[in-house]
Design a protein around this ligand. Sequence first.
Ligand code: ADP
Ligand code: TYD
Length: 210
Amino acid sequence: MNSARPLFIALEGIDGSGKSTQCRLLTENLRKSGVDVYGTFEPTDGQVGTFIRSILRNKAKADNRTIAGLFVADRLDHLLNDETGIVRKLEWGQTVVTDRYYFSSYAYHGTHMDMEWVIQANSMSASILRPDANIFIDVSPEVCMQRIVAGRESPELYETLDNLLKVRAKYMEAFDKLGPIENIVMINGDQPREQIAADIWQVVTSLQGH
Ligand code: ADP
Ligand code: TYD
């Protein structure tokens, strides 16, 4: 695949749905086909993102509304940082694949507060960069929870079955709400890794033609 213009792709899903795995496979596949690609993630490893991770690991405490605000700041830095920002990467011609973007905020914080507030609070990010595709890897919360329990010493703040059920429902609500203005792609995540990667590859190659 030859990159005519750089793409901005966001992978979304509840915790344990296989996003990190698929981000890695997608960046590898893009690289193999000669595309200059930058893989990234939220929360970021910048100062705000690092503070967010300490809250998620119960090392610091904050109200859920404060956490939503911190993600707004982390996302703006993710876009606008002079050295590592996504806007720069795209300007330099790199295709960007991010593990989570603003739909994560709509879903995770929409469970604690009015989703409309979260959407408005992220409107600056949306006006700066709307992804070419928001790819949702759909796996049942029960399966995700089993994977999390098997793979982690202690689950993070939002990693309970009850919360993952709510978050998945909020993702669906956000997709319904914003479907007319966003490119949302649903992928069946209940398949072997390679099949999911092939499904995502098909989506990305079809975008390349536009
Ligand atoms: P996320 O980034 O969404 O939390 P990961 O990519 O870290 O998800 O995957 C969570 C766990 O599930 C990991 O142990 C990973 O090896 C495993 N996993 C990923 N994709 C699949 C799959 N398609 N089938 C079974 N297990 C998977
Ligand atoms: P992540 O490291 O992607 O977790 P995982 O690999 O388990 O999927 O994200 C950490 C947590 O941050 C995850 O529980 C979702 C949450 N999160 C929010 O609450 N709001 C956001 O805007 C984002 C990007 C993530």
